[in-house]
Design a binder for this molecule. Structure first.
Ligand code: NDP
Length: 289
């Protein structure tokens, strides 16, 4: 069986093409969508993630400012900055790059972002709206997964979606999106570290979402023939003295068994950035209503 590669670069390009007219419409109404990115400390991976995000905003002619704070910043100073940004009309989205230093309560900081600028979709108000089937800002990675599947005509309706991982930013929201009648309308099984006999469930999946953060964990023995695999993992490993990024799926092992898969890199990753842009545009559009 040929295993089709579901390119996140191709799907994200289609999304950006569609966004251009929405951005033009906003600009003709005097609104340039703007993102405030907040980076605390000097974590090299966070630096790269934030740079990739802000570069994308700039390339689309959108406004983006980076607010850098020292790693020993007081939590109250960070909360004051969030409060200022909540009231700054130049910014329609606020992104706080995680992880934050240990002395800062991340939940408190994320909950301080006003829900209408919460373009990461982490605020309890947005999580609640999603869980009752009225999504507003949906976390970018699961939203990107829904887009890439739709782009490649992979229909979830009536299918069995099995998700490995139940985090609030990936596993749980993708399980909700897949199950919503108005979106995926799939039957969903959510697996986690407490799941007994993971293979029993994963082998039933028509669509398997691997979001556990364990390098190349899912091999051919975890899937049924013809399954579609969504690989969310980003794991840095050392092999033969070289460092490289791999997903949660062992691509070599599943090739020829899976019908399709999202590669790592260039699969779900580009979709996450694309959806951050989409959510920021959406936030700016709320001002038009
Ligand atoms: P978390 O560590 O927050 O969650 C991992 C989840 O997987 C947990 O629910 C955990 O269970 C479960 N789990 C861990 N090991 C196993 C196992 N052996 N069997 C079954 N379940 C297991 O990770 P995230 O959700 O934040 O991220 C997951 C992966 O996706 C990471 O590699 C991350 O880097 C990547 N990622 C990629 C993004 C992208 O843009 N492509 C964006 C965000 C994340 P329990 O709840 O019991 O602990």
């Amino acid at each position: 069986m040929d295993t089709k590669i579901l390119s996140g670069l191709e799907a994200s390009k289609a999304l950006f093409d569609g966004l251009l007219s929405r951005i033009d419409n906003l600009k003709s109404n005097g609104i340039t969508p703007g993102l405030a990115a907040v980076l605390v400390g000097e974590n090299p991976a966070s630096e790269i993630y934030v740079r990739n995000k802000t570069k994308k905003f700039e390339s689309l002619g959108l406004k983006t400012d980076l607010f850098r704070l020292d790693s020993d910043v007081k939590e109250s100073e960070l909360l004051n900055l969030i409060n200022d940004l909540n009231h700054n009309n130049d910014f329609h989205g606020i992104l706080v790059q995680l992880p934050l230093p240990k002395h800062i309560d991340s939940e408190k900081v994320l909950n301080a972002i006003t829900p209408t600028k919460d373009v990461d979709g982490f605020h309890p108000e947005n999580a609640g709206l999603l869980s009752i089937g009225k999504p507003r800002f949906v976390p970018c990675t699961p939203k990107g997964i829904m887009y890439i599947l739709n782009h490649f005509n992979i229909d979830l309706n009536g299918k069995h979606v099995v998700v490995i991982g139940r985090s609030n930013i990936v596993g749980r929201p993708i399980s909700i999106l897949s199950s919503l009648k108005s979106l995926g309308n799939a039957t969903v099984t959510l697996c986690h570290s407490g799941t007994k006999d993971l293979k029993y469930f994963s082998k039933q999946a028509d669509i398997l979402v691997a979001a556990l953060g364990s390098p190349e964990f899912v091999d051919a023995s975890y899937i049924k023939k013809g399954a579609c695999l969504v690989d969310v993992g980003i794991n840095r490993i050392e092999k033969n003295g070289k460092s490289r990024i791999v997903g949660d799926v062992n691509q070599e092992s599943v090739t020829g068994v899976a019908s399709s898969l999202t590669p790592v890199p260039k699969g779900v990753g580009p979709m996450t950035i694309a959806m951050l842009v989409e959510n920021t545009v959406l936030s700016a559009e709320l001002l038009l209503n």
